[in-house]
Design a protein around this ligand. Structure first.
Ligand code: GDP
Ligand code: MG
Length: 206
């Protein structure tokens, strides 16, 4: 069998954008609705089999909180790949992602493969207004359709989940900055395997 090439990969991005959930989906094919925040960093491994090679990802999943920022260089130093995650329902998380990309391009390995990933597309891809944040239940056929008329409008404004980052905007930025670009849902799995497979394809065989 083919020998696995080890690749150190780091996940970066604002807290709660879904970094740990993407890793959990990729490694265990699972999702947890109320994932506890990562403290410091977590380490997991997963193999990715391509036609001509096997990549063994050594994944460093970092905490997004500002108080952990100073630890990040420990994880991206010597990394061959980075997944920088934002939340498509939160514009400020793309700004944070851009600042991580800048930091990586200045401080990390110059050959690092960077993938920009807009997560939580399941919240916005249905065409309807979107489910309320904190709605918890993954109930696809919303039974409450009939009694939502009771809800007051302002409430809807506060809790509706709408897309705040257009696909075209993020993909144009990614292209300009030389990044791979994906939109994903750790919740339903959309696009998650592709992120890691496309990174694996870009890792040079030595
Ligand atoms: P992290 O801080 O970036 O590691 O984010 P987590 O993976 O801890 O996720 C933060 C919250 O967002 C958790 O409640 C997750 O269940 C939720 N979450 C993560 N990914 C998705 C997704 O793709 N869709 C939805 N709807 N929720 C998600
Ligand atoms: Mg986390």
């Amino acid at each position: 069998s083919m020998k696995a090439v080890q690749v150190k990969l780091v996940l970066l991005g604002e807290a709660a954008v879904g970094k740990s959930s993407l890793v959990l989906r990729f490694v265990n094919d699972e999702f947890q609705e109320n994932k506890e925040p990562t403290i410091g960093a977590a380490f997991l491994t997963q193999k990715c089999r391509l036609e001509d090679k096997v990549i063994k990802f050594e994944i460093w999943d970092t905490a997004g909180q500002e108080r952990f920022h100073s630890l990040a260089p420990m994880y991206y130093r010597n990394a061959q790949a980075a997944v920088v995650v934002y939340d498509v329902t939160k514009a400020s998380s793309l700004e944070k992602a851009k600042s991580w990309v800048k930091e990586l391009q200045r401080q990390a390995n110059p050959n690092i493969v960077i993938a920009l990933t807009g997560n939580k597309v399941d919240l916005v891809s249905t065409g309807r207004k979107g489910r309320r944040q904190g709605d918890g239940e993954a109930d696809e056929d919303e039974q409450e359709d009939d009694d939502t008329v009771d809800d007051d409008e302002e409430d809807d404004e506060d809790y509706a989940v709408t897309r705040q980052v257009a696909t075209e905007e993020a993909s144009a930025y990614a292209q300009e900055a030389g990044l791979l670009f994906f939109e994903t849902s750790a919740k339903n799995g959309l696009g998650v395997a592709e992120v890691f497979t496309e990174i694996a394809k870009k890792i040079p065989l030595e």
